[in-house]
Ligand binder design. Structure first.
Ligand SMILES: [Zn+2]
Ligand SMILES: [Zn+2]
Length: 337
């Protein structure tokens, strides 16, 4: 079978490898679609070389079909499934607290362990979730990022009529905005990429473009009081610097982006307005279940986020294009071609 291998910064190769044999409790998936995301771009640039082995197989936004399932798993051949790409210990403090997705020994499939960029993938059946037939293959690959968004919105306790400002209108920022809107919040997305601004507008989202100052905008929008919730999804230092300046007294700042380097944050506003700041990472099982419900029911429109699908052999080129900041939202790898 074919698989793509990470060979070090800026290099993916595609080659043949033996079809994996599922271990105890594992199902064998025929992989159909894998989304490329911001984490994968970090991997591509070599930022995660301490976690991704040379020759490793990436891909954590996976949709596929069960080829073989262990008896008693509740799955059978032909089931359409997505993969919760986490391996947890089940015993550490986080796992015992109910935060197993933040397990102290957490391994992410597609980062620390082999992921979905292979035609067949052996995965623990306990990590599979069934996808309804109403959801197309391309759109099923967006359930993973949508589960990130449902988690982030739940953690920030976004509610009806809240004013929500999202810094960064890539796939995750757009999905956070759509889920927040579905909760009845008023939402504005700050984004600089013209192509992404067009997609956000087509989704009916209000935007703040590169020609406007988000702090000034938030003040005008809220009569000087600040927004209820601000999400930092851009990973840009300027957004980290601005995010505490846009939130109301007792409001919430949610850090979703990966800031690999320390960046300046205005802690005076944290103090002066008694803000709540938290991180939001990955997802719990309930976030996946909600994501499947929202996507399959057409309650959150995921289709406009798919820019295009590429074959596995074009992974390297797809990464380079995504990194170039061009007219791209979500690129999917189609393993069936
Ligand atoms: Zn991702
Ligand atoms: Zn654990």
């Amino acid at each position: 079978m074919r698989a793509a291998f990470y060979q070090g910064a800026r290099t993916f190769t595609t080659g043949d490898v033996a079809t994996p044999t599922p271990g105890p409790g594992q199902a064998l998936l025929r992989v159909k679609r894998v989304g490329i995301c911001g984490t994968d771009l970090h991997i591509f640039q070599g930022h995660l070389d301490h976690r991704v082995p040379k020759g490793g197989i990436i891909g954590h936004e996976t949709f596929g079909e069960v080829a073989e399932a262990p008896a008693g798993s509740g799955f059978t051949a032909g089931d359409r499934v997505v993969v919760e790409p986490l391996q947890l210990c089940g015993r550490c403090r986080a796992c015992r607290m109910g935060a197993s997705y933040l397990c102290y020994g957490l391994k992410v499939l597609g980062v620390d362990l082999p992921g979905g960029m292979q035609e067949y993938w052996a995965v623990d059946a306990a990590r599979l979730l069934r996808v309804p037939d109403t959801l197309g293959d391309d759109h099923a690959a967006l359930i993973e990022p949508l589960a990130v968004a449902t988690h982030d919105v739940r953690r920030a306790a976004v509610k009806r009529d809240d004013a929500v400002l999202v810094f960064g209108g890539g796939p995750i920022g757009a999905l956070i905005a759509l889920v927040s809107r579905q909760r009845g919040a008023r939402v504005v997305v700050v984004e600089v990429n013209r192509h992404r601004l067009e997609i956000l507008k087509a989704l009916g989202l209000e935007t703040v473009g590169p020609d406007r100052d988000p702090v000034k905008f938030a003040n005008e929008w809220t009569g000087g009081t600040g927004v209820d919730v601000a999400f930092e999804v851009s990973g840009h230092p300027a957004a980290a610097r601005a995010v505490t300046d846009v939130v109301r007294v007792w409001g919430t700042v949610s850090i979703v982006a990966i800031h690999a380097e320390p960046v300046p944050v205005n802690l005076y506003q944290m103090f002066a307005r008694e803000l709540n700041m938290h991180g939001a990472r990955l997802y719990a099982r309930e976030d996946w279940e909600e994501a499947i419900r929202l996507a399959a029911g057409g309650i959150v429109p995921v289709a406009p986020l798919v820019s295009r699908t590429i074959p596995l052999e074009a992974l390297q080129q797809g990464m380079e294009e995504a990194l170039g900041g061009g007219p791209v939202m979500k690129v999917l790898v189609d393993l069936t071609v």
